[in-house]
Design a protein around this ligand. Structure first.
Ligand SMILES: Cc1ncc(COP(=O)(O)OP(=O)(O)O)c(N)n1
Ligand SMILES: Cc1nc(C(=O)O)sc1CCOP(=O)(O)O
Ligand SMILES: [Mg+2]
Length: 468
């Protein structure tokens, strides 16, 4: 069993687009946008906020006419909607490259189901978590009969992490979740990670298995199979190298696209002051909502950084967040950090890669065009490009780039065909993000703007919105 599909909350939630982008950036391969009460303009407003690179992983339940506008090819048909479609319509949609799915409530209906459908939801298999009075329809002792349906069968209804083994034993190819993800919106990403890790760790998941969203139309590197594999690589210790070795993911540029989903858009940089330790600053950021934390301890030897890193790792784990270690590859390895950030005078990226392995995310600093080219050739997973403006957080700053520097360098990168994600850094505040995003950055790294915020949680949410 390998598929994990998330269905949106039926109502529009505050900050929902940000949460959706986060889920997709963290490896979600298929998102079903189901908003039964929403009008087309309301749905359009939501879709507009979703990063276009993710639209190929989306299926729409309502307002199919919006699909073309956003490059969405996934069309879902509710049971009623399916029954009112002619076979010709379904065949025409299918042959024009769409990926079709539908819902069934009676397993016997599979016998008649059109083979135009790539996958079908069947359920509710358990009493629903989110819908009261939505009771399980599958009888005790149920075992899935596929008839000749060639598509995937996805269990829906009442599924959480505790049910995966049972669902797999019933013969399903995957699960669709709603309540488990959206019941507590403060924990959406953490819940997804728990489910995805549990699924990836199941013995049935094999690197090379196909995922929904892997139709022949999908570009490698955008959702689908590689995204599923990416999640497995990141979460279940399948060697990422297997993905990158596969010829279909070459040249290097496709590889970079694949990498951009691995790198968060907001990096918090830890700091210490006379009344705040690194751990205090990390706790503040985690409580605000940050999910990507860089431990940046300066002017201390490795043996002093190691215990701080261990504590930071525990703390980040408890919030389902990722820890990146600045400057110290061996510390990153020792604490099993998610990533490592290297400066221009630190260990070169390939050396750190050889030391720390394929799984770890490695970012590298650049201050000039030549540095950018070096980082691209070194195979950095992202480039920390700065400084944007003067900051007290770092000593011995390189010359300020300003918005013009980012515009120029990102333009040159595009011309040269380089797509390594750029993380802007140095004195960045909430109000800079719009311009930086327009210049083409992938994300921002921030320290003082979050540590010094009067309401870090609110600042975090505004930053997330601005990054969408
Ligand atoms: C995301 C990100 N980008 C750049 C830096 C700067 O790293 P470095 O050049 O190694 O300088 P120090 O941070 O070590 O002073 C970073 N830390 N993070
Ligand atoms: C760690 C770091 N590196 C920079 C670079 O230009 O390479 S600027 C910087 C400090 C980032 O913190 P703040 O958001 O408080 O300015
Ligand atoms: Mg450094």
């Amino acid at each position: 069993m390998e598929e994990l599909i998330v269905i949106t909350h039926p109502e529009m939630l505050p900050g929902e687009a940000g949460m959706i982008n986060q889920l997709l950036a963290h490896g979600l391969t298929r998102l079903h946008v189901r908003k039964p009460e929403s009008t087309a303009p309301e749905l359009r407003a939501l879709l507009k906020q979703i990063d276009p690179q993710f639209c190929e992983r989306i299926a729409l339940h309502q307002h199919h006419a919006l699909a073309g506008e956003f490059g969405i090819t996934g069309l879902h048909f509710t049971e009623t909607n399916r029954l009112s479609q002619s076979l010709e319509t379904l065949e025409a949609l299918k042959s024009s490259g769409n990926m079709l799915s539908t819902s069934l409530h009676d397993p016997a209906d599979l016998e008649q189901l059109s083979h135009c459908f790539d996958y079908a939801f069947l359920g509710p298999v358990f009493d629903s978590i989110s819908k009261k009075n939505y009771k399980a329809v599958l009888a005790n002792g149920f075992r899935l009969e596929r008839f000749n349906f060639p598509g995937k069968l996805i269990a829906l209804g009442g599924i959480d992490g505790t049910k995966l083994d049972l669902v797999a034993s019933l013969g399903f190819d995957g699960v669709a979740v709603l309540g488990a993800i959206w019941m507590n919106t403060a924990n959406t990403l953490a819940e997804f990670r728990v489910l995805a890790s549990a699924l990836a760790a199941r013995p049935g998941l094999k690197p090379g298995g196909r995922g929904i969203g892997t139709g022949p139309r999908l570009k490698p590197g955008v959702g689908g199979e590689d995204s599923l594999l990416r999640y497995a690589a990141a979460e279940a210790e399948y060697p990422q190298a297997k993905v990158l070795d596969c010829p279909q993911f070459q040249p290097a540029d496709q590889e970079q696209k694949y990498k951009s989903g691995l790198v968060d858009k907001l990096h918090f940089i830890s700091n210490e002051t006379s009344n705040m330790s690194h751990i205090d600053s990390i706790r503040l950021a985690l409580e605000a909502g940050c999910q990507w934390i860089q431990l940046r301890v300066k002017n201390r030897p490795e043996d002093e950084v190691l215990p701080i890193a261990r504590e930071a790792k525990q703390l980040c784990d408890s919030y389902g967040a990722r820890l990146i270690i600045n400057d110290f590859p061996r510390v990153a390895l020792a604490v099993e950090a998610h990533g490592l950030h290297l400066g221009l005078t630190d260990m070169p990226v390939p050396e750190a890669r050889a030391l720390a392995g394929e799984k770890i995310v490695i970012g590298g600093t650049a201050n000039t065009w030549e540095d950018i080219v070096r980082r691209v050739h070194e195979g950095a997973d992202y480039i920390g490009l700065g400084p944007f403006r003067f900051t007290n957080t770092k000593q011995n700053l390189s010359p300020i780039l300003g918005i013009g520097g980012y515009q120029t360098f990102i333009h040159r990168m595009r011309q040269a065909g380089h797509s390594t994600p750029i993380i802007a850094i140095g004195g960045i505040t909430l109000h800079d993000i719009g311009n930086l995003r327009e210049a083409g950055i992938h994300g921002v790294a921030m320290s003082a703007a979050l540590i010094g915020a009067t309401d870090p949680q609110n600042t975090y949410h505004q930053i997330q919105q601005a990054l969408c």
